[in-house]
Design a protein around this ligand. Structure first.
Ligand SMILES: Cc1ncc(COP(=O)(O)O)c(C=O)c1O
Length: 515
């Protein structure tokens, strides 16, 4: 086990349990009376019956004490800035430059309100417009919306555009099927399903991607389109993708390219040349914004010119030197999210693309592919590791391999190995591998952000954990040992009675019970 790593362990009380009445971390600059003189009474609009009788018991904590509290808590995490993080299943966790955080905290960005008059937000509208031009150049498509608040929402948006397209041609009812592949990201099936389609799934052939014959068998005059990830979540690139899109078009369908994770293909392969009509990028995954639960997201959905009329309203238009929000879009699928989307993410992405330029963007992909393949080479040394589709042995970016043999030999599975990574100071990596087709899956992604040293350290930890499993499985099954929190009790996730009460939990409980 790594001798260097030992996470801090604080027995830190809750914020509400520390402090002393009267202590303050911040004293407002204006006296209360002065504020009251200039501002309307905030309680005036609330009927007396709804006002609380006593003030809430907010923590009363001095600034140094508050800082200590949060620093201690931050020492008990393996967050993205503390640990090498090779992703959470299919969630890229690459480095997001800090300078971009500085940009979004500038008052010119931070203090904007989405309901401001257009004349006062020309700057951000220009950023949105220019970012759209960049994404058009990167994808080869003609128009983008930045509204969807996630990659999954972008897939839903694109599926809704397909529905609107067929409806506009009088084929809305007939074309009710979307083809996808099981190793495309799960939202490529759930998004179209949420948009009202039946989903026809393709299974991989011997090389790890669906065969042309499987596609041909799935196509019919009910086909509305295909939604597919390439490389798939396994890291395997379907080399027949242009033939796939040709066949779908021949059947009367539209083709959607899920490019949420474009780390391995930026500047190299474009949606247009592969024959796609729509695509999406996860700006929070590929273009510099913290991914996952670390902040709001943006899925940018792109379309060819003939589908632009269906994009969610508003879109940003340039008229001379002025930028305007165009709401007059009678054929639009409607709104996917309020206003124009998460503008701060647009600023980060715009800065990232500008800083890299076309050559830098391509270098991102080349480095990500190199890193993926170097990582794959090192992981072949892990005892009990296997590659589900060995003929396709050059992953493009993230890849999904299996620790089934280790599990059979030692009883230690991929989730156990993952937990033990925390003892080496690495973020546990394997979160989402749906659908669980590959047994004991792991889906790491070194992206372009990590050095050879990082990759070697991570691979060495994997090798060490697997070897420890072979000599003393219980030692691994009980780990990790050096973290503030050793093992989370996941049993509550499967016990509806222990869920936080919410309307959503009640609905899910009903579904579990079969109500
Ligand atoms: C290929 C692919 N498509 C779609 C998504 C879904 O994106 P999100 O998590 O923002 O909904 C992901 C996950 O990041 C992904 O890897």
């Amino acid at each position: 086990m790594s001798p260097q790593f030992q996470q801090a362990r604080w027995s830190e009380p809750l914020l509400s349990e520390i402090g002393t009445p009267g202590e303050r971390g911040y004293v407002p600059t204006a006296p209360e009376a002065e504020i009251a003189a200039h501002a309307p009474d905030p309680l005036a609009a609330i009927p007396p019956a709804f006002r609380r009788a006593t003030a809430p018991a907010l923590p009363q904590v001095a600034q140094p004490q508050l800082l200590r509290h949060f620093y201690r808590l931050s020492q008990e995490t393996l967050g993205n800035d503390v640990a090498v993080d090779f992703g959470l299943g299919t969630c890229t966790m690459k480095y997001s430059p800090k300078v971009n955080e500085h940009l979004v905290r500038m008052p010119e960005v931070q203090d904007l309100h989405p309901a401001q008059h257009e004349d006062t937000v020309q700057g951000i509208l220009e950023v949105l417009w220019r970012l759209e031009q960049m994404l058009c150049a990167i994808s080869g498509l003609d128009r983008f919306t930045l509204q969807p608040p996630s990659g999954s929402a972008a897939v839903y948006t694109n599926a809704s555009i397909i529905r609107a397209y067929h409806a506009s041609r009088g084929e809305g009812e007939q074309r009710d099927e979307i083809v996808s592949s099981v190793f495309s990201h799960p939202c490529d099936q759930s998004g179209p399903w949420s948009a009202g389609f039946k989903v026809v799934e393709l299974y991989p052939g011997p090389n790890g991607y669906p065969e042309l014959d499987a596609l041909k068998a799935a196509l019919s005059n009910r086909t509305a389109g295909i939604v597919i990830t390439n490389p798939e979540d396994t890291g395997i690139y379907n080399p027949h993708i242009a033939e796939f899109t040709r066949l779908v078009h021949e059947a009367g369908g539209l083709c959607v390219y899920d490019q949420a994770n474009a780390n391995g293909i930026l500047g190299i392969a474009r949606a247009r040349e592969a024959g796609f009509d729509l695509c999406h990028f996860n700006m929070h995954k590929t273009f510099s914004s913290p991914h996952n639960g670390m902040g709001p997201a943006m899925g940018a959905s792109g379309v060819k010119e003939e589908l632009a009329r269906f994009l969610p309203a508003p879109v940003v238009e340039r008229r001379g030197d002025r930028f305007e929000l165009d709401w007059n879009r009678p054929e639009s699928i409607g709104k996917i999210r309020s206003f124009v989307g998460n503008a701060q993410i647009a600023v980060r992405s715009y800065a990232w693309i500008l800083a890299l330029g076309p050559d830098g963007i391509r270098e991102v992909a080349e480095t990500a592919v190199l890193n993926a393949n170097y990582l794959a080479t090192r992981l072949r040394e892990v005892p009990g590791m296997s590659q589900p589709f060995p003929t396709s042995n050059t992953p493009i970016e993230q890849f999904r391999w299996s620790l089934e043999a280790l599990r059979e030999e030692t009883g230690v599975g991929s989730a156990d190995v993952s937990r033990n990574l925390a003892d080496y100071g690495y973020q546990p990596v394997f979160g989402s591998h749906h659908p669980f087709i590959v047994p004991e899956p792991l889906t790491p992604e070194a992206s372009e952000s990590f050095s050879k040293e990082d990759i070697d350290g991570w691979a060495d930890a994997m090798i060490d954990i697997a070897k420890r499993a072979q000599t003393d499985a219980d030692d691994v099954l009980e780990g990790p040992y050096r973290n503030a929190c050793r093992r989370i009790d996941a049993a509550a996730l499967d016990d509806p009675e222990r869920w936080v009460p919410s309307s959503r939990a009640e609905r899910t409980k009903g579904a579990v019970r079969g109500d």
